[in-house]
Design a protein. Structure first.
Length: 92
């Protein structure tokens, strides 16, 4: 089963799926600034473009295509996207 997700009035869209009992989303960030929250640990791999992320207590960090950032569970973080970017997220 594939789930369609939409956030921030369609500025973030993703398709959710499960494989080998692990949940994933593949999505796109439109340009903008967002505050997001996690429930599970998220392994976010940028597949096209780049974005800036700020985790609690940290400075802004740029994550580029091919790079992965791990976001702890139960975390609220900030995201800045200047050009459309895509990602694959694995939830642990």
């Amino acid at each position: 089963m594939i789930n369609v997700n939409e956030y921030f009035e369609g500025q973030i869209k993703s398709l959710g799926f499960e494989r080998d009992s692990i949940q994933y989303t593949a999505g796109v960030f439109s340009p903008g600034t967002y505050s997001l929250a996690t429930e599970k640990e998220e392994h976010v791999t940028v597949t096209l473009g780049a974005f800036e992320i700020r985790l609690p207590g940290s400075d802004w960090k740029t994550v580029k295509a091919g790079e992965t950032i791990i976001i702890p569970p139960n975390t609220t973080f900030d995201l800045k996207v200047t050009k459309t970017a895509s990602y694959l997220c694995m939830y642990k």
